[in-house]
Design a protein around this ligand. Sequence first.
Ligand SMILES: NC(=O)C1=CN([C@@H]2O[C@H](COP(=O)(O)OP(=O)(O)OC[C@H]3O[C@@H](n4cnc5c(N)ncnc54)[C@H](OP(=O)(O)O)[C@@H]3O)[C@@H](O)[C@H]2O)C=CC1
Ligand SMILES: O=C1OC[C@@H](O)[C@H](O)[C@H]1O
Length: 393
Amino acid sequence: MAATSPFTLKWGIMATGWIAEMFTKDLLTNPAARDVHDVGHEVVAAASSSAKQRAADFLSMVKAPTSAKAYGSYHELVADPDIDIIYVATPHSHHFQNAMLALDAGKNVLCEKSLTVTAAQTRKLIETARVKKVFFMEAVWTRYFPLSIKVRELVQSGAIGNVYRTIADLSFNRDTADGKVDFDDSHRMVNIDLAGGALLDLGIYSLTWVFQTLYHVQPEKDKESPKVVAAMNKYHTGADETTSIIVQFPEHKSMGIALTSLRVSTDVDGHNTGGPAIRIQGSGGEIHVMGPAYRPLQFKVIKKDGGGKVEVVDCPIPKDEERDWGHGMFWEADECARCLRDGKVESETLPWSESMVIMETMDEALRQGGITYPELIMSDVFDAQSPLNTGKR
Ligand SMILES: NC(=O)C1=CN([C@@H]2O[C@H](COP(=O)(O)OP(=O)(O)OC[C@H]3O[C@@H](n4cnc5c(N)ncnc54)[C@H](OP(=O)(O)O)[C@@H]3O)[C@@H](O)[C@H]2O)C=CC1
Ligand SMILES: O=C1OC[C@@H](O)[C@H](O)[C@H]1O
């Protein structure tokens, strides 16, 4: 019997910054290098809001096929009939308007984290995807790692008993002697106009671990909206620099603690000496995930009755030797391809309802922490000519 050829998804890349580079290089790797044979990817075009030449330079830098088109605006990108799906790789501030631009044009969308600035914006995007009958997914790449899948399976199988608590941290020590952090005030990590702050950039990963171990694994009928208690320290730009959130599920008697900071580090010496980034604690044992929370490569299973033995599971990220590349973002791209091949508009691994509840949790934390962003980037009214869509800075 002849083997069926893989389903190939045609991508348009919106923006040409750091993560666009990482993701596009992953798209260009050979799926066989990660033992994937049912789906593949093609980079059809990239767009820069600043100049067509920038998009052309980007495509040659990532070694895209010469057939890939360069556009000098996001509007041109979403109008390209050859593109199946748009990857939105702009700052958080821009996600709502940029993703809406693509959805409005009838394109499927994979949008970087944090999905939006507000939960109301996420709701609008989901409604639009539903009406347009197009696929829409939040690009929290860690969810699609084989490591995450294994950990969720262990939790669901009861390997560590009932899971009552998850403690997750993603913190970078960027503290400087002058009392600041070593990001320029204009950098997207701390710039309020770009929806900067520890929570939306890093804390989303801590929350990802809380939600994928305490919420996602629950049967649909038992899913419980969390109670949220949060504290935030503000940076002088108005963004949060250190944030701690308790996410409580009273019916399940479980609790998540999501931590993030730009002042201290999860991994103090860069060698994981400080212990795990994530502790998933059950009545019969614990799973320790070694960080960073966004790209973990190892977890440990410690059983209550294990007599001190620790099972260590390594989950390296496969590399395409020919391209000398493998970052780990290809798994979320494969998920998009499989969903589209199978006619799905949302992923079961990160359904719309779960993106929504996580955004609501972040909304509530920001409210309790007293962080507000400018109206332009909090608006949930789509404007194709918004400066966020036209590249005007
Ligand atoms: N999944 C992951 O591991 C990571 C995800 N991210 C997420 O990706 C997004 C982008 O982050 P990153 O790539 O690091 O950011 P960069 O600043 O490196 O790139 C952002 C790109 O967005 C475009 N852009 C449009 N308008 C603006 C504006 N006003 N200011 C700055 N850039 C603008 C630019 O591309 P152009 O000029 O071509 O239009 C720019 O190159 C964020 O949402 C972030 O949270 C970031 C890092 C890792
Ligand atoms: O998503 C991310 O993961 C990696 C971090 O270095 C980056 O700041 C963040 O945006």
